[in-house]
Ligand binder design. Structure first.
Ligand code: UGA
Ligand code: MN
Length: 331
């Protein structure tokens, strides 16, 4: 009885969801024929946000949980974007991932591969992903003890995300094939991504590149482009790197990645050379790179860094014999 009721409820929700989608598609077609070009862009964004809203609601009603580890296509005509993203437990993790969830909900055909730096998947990340509404795969791979940053250690001393990104790549290689069309992108969980960025990278033949804001000690670091070709790098920190570009500044086509089994990240490389270590297996000369974002003149991703939060008052609570402020609350 209870199961029948639940099934009925699910059917109703599905009806509402697909009904909503059909109305949106109908309205999109209708308004596209009436509106001029710039208004058309605005209405496309408004419609995407409504689809994102519906995906989020649907996830919260737990109907699409069975899709959790397969990529769900919103639009059969668009290539997929697979975002490989390491993440680790810290006080700001949920805030950072929540922000990303609401960005990615607005991007069609995006599959979020979240790799936790942990021995086991955590409840916080599982719950967040399953109620977000973005198509995702949750993985975990702990950083080896020798490579884990100590609490007081300067962050530049050890590269982060190495084994997690390799785990994401292994999933891609094991689960996707030549029939799949798509692009692979590596994101930090505390960066800021514009929606335009994803449309720039979506059609990548081999490796596409663009500038990244607020990185390498500069307001913007990125490829130097002449006559539509990448000829060098606008970087000041370690400018001799073969690819003087941040992890957030490039994407790789899925067919090329699948043809290049050696392309991965490694600990045994010079500081700042992770990107070059990976890209050297995919690109033999700079002119093979595809400059995006209007010949690399626009910044569509920012290397923002979430500040480490001060929680010193928690100690005071403890001294007073009170429970921690998040007792029974997930923050
Ligand atoms: C910069 C680059 O933007 C990163 O792509 C690169 O991995 C990193 O330097 C590096 O070379 O180590 P930064 O902002 O300084 O990144 O580093 P974080 O954002 O703290 O870490 C990068 C990614 O690794 C994040 O997604 C983060 O969640 C993850 N991470 C960090 C872990 O999985 N485990 C950790 O212990 C720390
Ligand atoms: Mn970061």
């Amino acid at each position: 009885m209870l199961r029948r009721l639940r099934r009925l409820r699910h059917k109703r929700l599905l009806l509402i969801f697909f009904g909503g989608l059909s109305i949106i598609i109908f309205l999109a077609k209708d308004s596209a024929s009436q509106l001029n070009h710039s208004c058309g862009d605005d209405s496309a964004i408004a419609l995407k946000s409504q689809i994102g809203y519906l995906k989020n609601k649907l996830a919260q009603h737990s109907i699409n949980k069975r899709y959790s580890s397969v990529a769900v296509k919103d639009n059969p005509l668009l290539p997929f974007i697979y975002v490989i993203m390491p993440t680790y437990a810290r006080p700001t993790q949920k805030a950072d991932l929540t922000r990303l969830c609401y960005t990615f909900l607005l991007v069609p055909n995006l599959h979020w591969i979240v790799v936790e730096d942990a021995r086991a998947k955590t409840r916080l990340v599982s719950d967040l992903l399953s109620s977000c509404g973005v198509s995702y795969t949750q993985l975990n791979e702990p950083t080896p003890a020798d490579w884990k940053l100590g609490a007081k250690e300067a962050s530049w001393r050890k590269p982060r995300g190495v084994v997690q990104r390799n785990e994401g790549l292994a999933w891609v290689r094991d689960n996707l094939g030549n029939q799949d069309d798509g692009v692979i992108y590596f994101g930090d969980d505390d960066n800021t991504y514009s929606l335009e960025l994803f449309e720039e990278m979506r059609h990548t033949s081999r490796v596409s590149v663009w500038p990244v804001g607020l990185v390498g000690g500069l307001k913007v670091e990125g490829p130097r482009v002449k006559e539509g070709k990448v000829v060098g790098w606008n970087a000041v920190w370690s400018p001799k790197r073969p690819f003087a570009i941040d992890m957030a500044g490039f994407a790789v086509s899925l067919p090329l990645l699948l043809k290049s089994p050696k392309a991965k990240f490694a600990y045994e490389v010079r500081r700042g050379y992770q990107e070059s270590e990976f890209l050297k297996h995919l690109v033999s000369s700079l002119d093979e790179l595809e400059p995006k974002a209007e010949d690399c003149t626009k910044v569509l991703v920012w290397h923002t860094k979430t500040q480490k939060v001060k929680l010193d008052m928690e100690a005071k609570l403890k001294d007073r014999g009170d429970p921690p402020s998040d007792d029974g609350v997930e923050v």
